[in-house]
Ligand binder design. Structure first.
Ligand code: AMP
Length: 383
């Protein structure tokens, strides 16, 4: 997530800078439940994850691209954490996808560890889920090759994202064209029944479904046909400096984005300089996008509905309001920040987490790969 070159995760992408949605007080978009991790993630215990589970398999992957921000946390990662009890979750850090565009090797490595430490700090728990790095699991690229041999070239060339990205580059790498096949392999390798996908990834999930059906039809029933997973809608967090645009890690204005590892001072300064609107009323309204965004953030962080917050601040000014937003954000992010510091300072522990995650993922991957190889007619690997 985060920074190498502002690239996006293959399955989850920020939107398109769309405008702040009309505010409807009867149906506030933010879940008004206070932020509570279902189990406080202390240092993970590495007891093996129980398997096989009867729970539905969910695969969530993201590229290791740097720092997570408050929008990622409230809008996505918090919900991923909540899925862990009733789903068999695989969280993949997809480094093989990351190299479809030029990458600095040292940054990729550092971002992979940073991504893992941030996920764990946000509540993804290696004792309940498999947190793994894609290149650690044999099977992703192998299955991608088999699926690529079934995939019509024209279908890849028609992918909107390929056309967009290729148009922006002088020399187009083959990996940019074929990465949807690798993404299909990521999903099918774990027989994921559900995949949380954003709007811009629906076409890729369609390709995955087509390839799974094509394989099942050509050989015999092998793959579960994955469905898009519509997670509970998290808060949509807008830029602090331009509340018409989504909060984004690649915003050039350093005050626009609250990162989950920001210090208490950073939070105070950024919330303090957040744009508000004319007038002094603390009220959510389409003509008050700045205040509406801060209300939304306060609601998501405090668990109080926006209407109740409006009552709280009736007759008070923006100063009091921003102090309350600062305190609420700090209360949510301080424990995340401190867990991140603990996790990222212990590289050996992160390596142990990745080892356990890779082992869990590898067991599932081997099962699928062995079946696929047998069905296509490969001679069984010598043991
Ligand atoms: P990205 O940062 O684009 O890789 O997005 C990772 C996940 O965070 C996706 O599920 C996005 O929908 C979610 N996300 C990104 N930005 C925001 C935002 N400003 N508000 C809420 N959710 C967001």
């Amino acid at each position: 997530m985060g920074s190498s070159g502002g690239r996006r995760a293959p399955y989850r992408r920020a939107g398109d800078g769309s405008r702040f949605p009309p505010f409807d007080k009867r149906h506030p978009p933010a879940s008004p439940s206070p932020i509570r991790l279902s189990r406080p993630p202390a240092l993970p215990t590495l007891s093996p994850v129980s398997e096989p589970a009867a729970k539905p398999v969910v695969l969530t992957c993201a590229q290791p691209t740097g720092r997570l921000h408050l929008g990622n946390y409230l809008g996505a990662v918090l919900n991923w954490g909540r899925m862990q009890d009733d789903h068999e979750c695989y969280f993949g850090i997809v480094d093989q996808h990351a190299i479809t565009v030029p990458t600095v090797p040292a940054d990729l490595r550092a971002n992979t560890y940073a991504c893992l430490a941030q996920y764990m700090a946000c509540g993804l728990d290696p004792a309940r889920s498999r947190l793994f790095v894609q290149s650690h699991v044999t099977g992703h690229t192998e299955l991608a090759w088999v699926l690529g041999c079934l995939c019509p070239l024209g279908q890849l060339e028609r992918m909107t994202q390929f056309k967009d990205k290729a148009a922006r580059q002088e020399s187009v790498r083959a990996g940019l064209l074929t990465y949807p096949v690798l993404m299909a392999a990521d999903i099918l390798l774990y027989n994921a029944a559900k995949v949380p996908v954003g709007e811009d990834q629906k076409q890729h999930l369609e390709l995955t479904r087509d390839l799974a059906q094509k394989f099942n039809h050509t050989y015999s029933d092998t793959f579960v046909i994955p469905e898009p997973y519509i997670a509970a809608t998290g808060a949509r967090v807008m830029s602090l400096q331009d509340p018409g645009a989504k909060m984004s890690k690649s915003d050039p204005n350093a005050s626009a984005t609250l990162f989950i590892t920001d210090s208490a001072d950073d939070i105070r300064r950024k919330v303090g300089s957040a744009v508000t609107d004319s007038g002094a009323e603390v009220r959510a309204a389409p003509d008050k996008p700045g205040v509406s965004n801060l209300l939304q953030i306060l609601s998501a962080c405090s668990g109080r509905p926006v209407a109740a917050l409006e009552d709280d601040f009736r007759g008070k000014g923006y100063g009091d309001f921003k102090r309350a937003v600062t305190d609420a954000v700090e209360a949510v992010l301080a424990p995340v920040r401190s867990r991140f510091a603990t996790f990222s300072a212990d590289r050996a522990e992160l390596d142990r987490v990745l080892k356990a995650g890779a082992e869990g993922a590898q067991r599932a991957a081997h099962r699928t790969l062995a079946k696929v190889h047998r069905k296509v007619g490969f001679v069984e690997r010598p043991r």
